[in-house]
Each structure stands twice: as structure tokens, then as C-alpha cells.
Design a protein around this ligand. Structure first.
Ligand code: 4AD
Ligand code: MG
Length: 477
């Protein structure tokens, strides 16, 4: 007999039917009621055991976490809160779970504790919901681009370049770490390394993405990226997934419109396809908020926030306009910002980004035209000679969710910028070739996938939206 998933059983009205139910025990009460979960939904189904005709030893093994297989009859439930339940005919324990040592008990555990047992946290409702939403968002990203005719491009994970020029790379080598070969000057000789040169894990697929976009027209990447930045925050990971579209002939306005369209589409998709999960996460947050003082509670609950973000236009303004707002803001005047905004050219910290989004505009914001000195070498220089055609999208509770730009398509400008920023032109000859042969305006951006999942699930720590987080001093599992 084939098993029926809990999700299907809960929606069934085939009362009297014999069914097979397999899953894990969440709770066992009154020596009679088993709450069974099989992962297909965050909801459990109740299985009722005839304890008088079941041997004592078997009943004792019905502990939280045990895997069981039941043949039973689907019946209408008398209890409240559920439509159906299963009357157990035969019960088999597939795998015991010793209650004395199983770390998950039927009570609320802190997210910090669950992070330490990330190999088991999938078994909680919260993480069931988070990873279902994560899946739905990934699927929606592909659907969005596929509908628009984009090509999903797999860019390399091992590269010899630093796409962002920020030097935050993890080296990849097969040299003997204790005794590497050296050249005449005494430096490690990477000519003898596996690839015959020094290589690292990619920080971004953009440069390779641009090569393909200049022929295929519209591409996107969706893959893991790696940054050895020592940021121990709730929004940084050393290994994260990024979505990077790149479009030939697009300018910055087209780029912003594409980004806004993508974000609204995927949030809408989650609202439509993860109703149970989002309702659960919404209630979880409401519960959490109850312990906060009134003035610290959010103005919108999660579902309202998602509906709002997926339907209202994002605010667009330039970096220069934002600096004016920040300079004159109350927290700046009262010296409440950790980094005070004193002059044009200052890099924006997440406290500034969040002020703009959460306090000033109260909606997602697209900031454009940043000073060239705080942005990457490949961004197109504006006629003022000071700013570049950059764009960051800022989200409430998150700060920067997207970073992108119109690219510098003019060979002479690009070469000049690379010289100024000490980016090796000879190593990037292949990148410069796009500007040598048939160059054209183009633009793209990178969406941090975990920051998106963070926003949609309402979780607060990025380590809780990726199954096994990699961060400074953290590489367990
Ligand atoms: O702004 P970033 O560094 O931009 C790029 O990498 C460009 N090459 C993208 C492009 O134009 N194709 O990163 C893009 C996004 C950020 O806005 C943020 O959402 C996310 O990637 N991100 C991180 N997410 C988690 N942990 C980190 N350490 C992240 N660094 C960036
Ligand atoms: Mg950025």
C-alpha cells in the first residue's frame, strides 16, 4: 500500500477509507493521540491509538521524533481544530527517538539554540515554513526570467578574477600548504598550482554574465557566491546565493524597472503559493512582538508588509538627494547615528539605509548615482565626472537587498578607471574584449537571495534562512 501525504489527508473527505500514513511523532498525549507530521505541510494530522489493544512496549516508543508507519481508517474528527483524523489499525515504529537525549522537545526553542542543532531544526514548524518559502522564491525567480525569455547562465565557481575588486576572496589551491613551491623571489609559485595560476571562489558571476549578455541579449545567473569579509552581522554570510541578471541595451532606468518587477513578482508568488507557511510565520512574529514595548512594535504585520511591498511603487532618488535628507534628519542632528553624515561622498551604512526606508519614505527605495569612489570599477561614469550609474535597492528591515548598475561600455573610460583602481587590465583582457568588439550599453544587478528570503519570511537573522550557514568561525555540518 502506498502512503498518502498528510497534506492530502487533511484535505480529504474520503471518510471510512483505509489509508497508510508515515511520518514523525510530534507529540503523544493521553496514551492515545499522536500528532504526526511528514513535512508535506506544517500542519499535523492526529492519529488515534486504541491503547487498550496496543501493547505497552509499543506505546512507550511513541516519543517525540520517532518515525512511524500507520495503517488506519480516515474518519471525521470530533475534536476541534481539525476536520479529519486517523483511527489506527496497525502501528509500526520505523525508527526510535530516545526522549532522554533527543534535543527537540514539544516546546518553544530559541532560534539561537536551533542554530546550534541546524541538522535537526528542519523538524520544527518554523524551519519547515522558512525552507518551503525559500524553495518557492527560488522557483519564482526562474519562472519570472523564463517568462521574459532570459537565458539561465551557469557562471564558474572557481575563477582567477575578483569581480568586485574588493579583495574579499577565498583562495582555491591544491598546493601543499606546509611546503608550497616557491619562485626565485621566494614567493609561492602558483604556476605549479592546479590551474597554473592563483584562483579563488567567485564573489560574483557578473563579469562572465556580461560576456554572455553581449551575445545572448538577456541572461541571469543564480548560484553560490563567496565573500571572505569578516562581517559578523545578521545580514552577511560568507557563502550566499545571488541572482544576477544582465541585459544588453538596458540603461539604469530599465535596470531599476526590471529589479522592481522581479521583487514584486516573487513576493506575490510567495503570497499566492505559501499561504499556510506565511500565515504561520506571521503569527509567530505577532507572538514575538507581544513581548516588546508598544513603540518598538512594527507598524505592519508580515502579510501586510508583503502585500504593500509587492504592490506599491518603489521610491527613486539619487545618492545626492539622500545625503541631503540624511544630513538634515533628526538622528543625524541629535548625533544618534553611529556614523554621522557630514559630507557628500560618505559611504552609507545600514543605519542610514534603514532610516531612509523605515522612517523617511516608509517604502522600498531605489538609490542611484553614487560617488564613483565608493563603487566598483565597472560602473558607467556620469557626465559630472564624480558619480556613476549605480543603483542600490533598500528594503525595510534589511537595508541593501540589490546592488547593480549600468556598465561602463566605453573602452577608454573603463581602462582609465581600472588603472585608477589598480585593477589588472591584462588579466581581464577577456572582459575588455566586450568593449573592443561591438560594445553597447548594458546593465544588470545582483539580488542577495538570502536577504530576499529574510524579508519574505520576517526572520531576523540571515543564518536562519539558509540550511547550513557559513560565516566567520562557523562552518559546522
Ligand atoms: O552589491 P554587491 O556586492 O554587487 C555585486 O556583487 C554585483 N556584481 C552585482 C551585479 O551588478 N551583478 O552584491 C549584490 C547583493 C547585495 O545587494 C546583497 O543583497 C547581497 O548581494 N550580498 C550579500 N548577501 C549576504 N551576505 C553577504 N556577505 C553579501 N554581500 C552581498
Ligand atoms: Mg552592494
Amino acid at each position: 500500500m502506498k502512503r498518502t501525504k498528510v497534506k492530502e489527508l487533511l484535505n480529504s473527505t474520503a471518510y471510512g477509507a483505509e489509508i497508510k500514513l508515515q511520518g514523525w511523532v510530534r507529540t503523544f498525549r493521553n496514551n492515545q493521540f499522536i500528532a504526526v507530521n511528514d513535512g508535506s505541510t506544517i500542519n499535523n494530522i492526529q492519529a488515534v491509538v486504541d491503547f487498550q489493544n496496543t501493547d505497552e512496549a509499543t506505546l512507550k516508543r511513541l516519543t517525540t521524533g520517532a518515525a512511524i508507519s500507520i495503517i488506519g481508517e480516515l474518519i471525521e474528527s470530533m475534536g476541534k481544530g481539525q476536520k479529519v483524523e486517523v483511527k489506527v489499525k496497525t502501528l509500526e515504529i520505523l525508527g526510535d527517538s530516545d526522549a532522554e537525549i533527543f534535543p527537540l522537545q514539544p516546546k518553544k526553542h530559541s532560534l539561537e539554540f536551533l542554530r546550534e542543532i541546524a541538522h535537526l531544526r528542519f523538524r520544527t514548524n518554523t524551519f519547515n515554513a522558512v525552507f518551503k518559502v525559500r524553495h518557492a522564491l527560488a522557483f519564482a525567480v526562474h519562472q519570472f526570467f523564463n517568462e521574459k525569455g532570459f537565458v539561465y547562465l551557469h557562471t564558474p565557481i572557481i575563477t582567477a578574477s575578483d569581480a568586485e575588486g574588493a579583495g574579499e576572496m577565498f583562495r582555491v589551491t591544491s598546493l601543499d600548504f606546509d611546503n608550497p613551491p616557491r619562485d626565485e623571489a621566494g614567493k609561492v609559485d602558483f604556476k605549479q598550482d592546479f590551474f597554473g595560476k592563483s584562483t579563488n571562489l567567485t564573489v560574483s558571476g557578473q563579469l562572465e554574465g556580461e560576456l554572455a549578455a553581449m551575445a545572448l541579449g538577456e541572461i541571469y545567473t543564480f548560484g553560490p557566491t563567496f565573500r571572505a569579509e569578516n562581517s559578523n552581522t545578521t545580514r552577511h554570510l560568507a557563502e550566499f546565493w545571488m541572482i544576477e541578471p544582465e541585459v544588453a541595451f538596458n540603461d539604469l532606468e530599465d535596470n531599476a524597472a526590471l529589479a522592481e518587477g522581479l521583487l514584486q513578482y516573487v513576493i506575490q508568488y510567495a503570497l499566492e503559493n505559501c499561504a499556510d507557511e506565511l500565515e504561520f510565520l506571521n503569527n509567530r512574529l505577532l507572538e514575538e512582538e507581544k513581548s516588546k514595548p508598544m513603540d518598538e512594535r512594527s507598524e505592519m504585520d508580515l502579510l501586510t508588509k508583503l502585500r504593500f511591498a509587492s504592490t506599491s511603487d518603489f521610491e527613486r532618488l539619487t545618492y545626492t538627494e539622500a545625503i541631503e535628507i540624511l544630513k538634515n534628519s533628526t538622528p543625524n542632528k541629535k548625533k544618534k547615528f553611529k556614523y554621522l553624515i557630514e559630507h557628500w561622498g560618505a559611504d552609507l551604512q545600514s543605519e542610514h539605509e534603514r532610516y531612509l526606508v523605515e522612517k523617511h519614505f516608509k517604502k522600498p527605495v531605489i538609490l542611484t548615482d553614487y560617488p564613483k569612489d565608493i563603487k566598483s570599477f565597472y560602473m558607467r561614469l556620469n557626465d559630472d565626472g564624480k558619480t556613476v550609474r549605480a543603483m542600490d535597492i533598500l528594503f525595510p528591515g534589511i537595508g541593501e537587498i540589490i546592488g547593480g548598475s549600468q556598465r561602463e561600455e566605453r573602452l577608454d573610460y573603463l581602462e582609465k578607471r581600472m588603472d585608477e583602481m589598480h585593477i589588472p587590465k591584462d588579466e581581464l583582457y577577456w572582459y575588455l574584449d566586450t568593449r573592443r568588439f561591438g560594445t553597447a550599453p548594458h546593465a544588470g544587478f545582483g539580488l542577495g537571495f538570502e536577504r530576499l528570503v529574510l524579508f519574505v519570511t520576517g526572520m531576523t537573522n540571515i543564518r536562519d534562512v539558509i540550511p547550513f550557514p557559513r560565516a566567520p568561525k562557523t562552518a559546522e555540518f
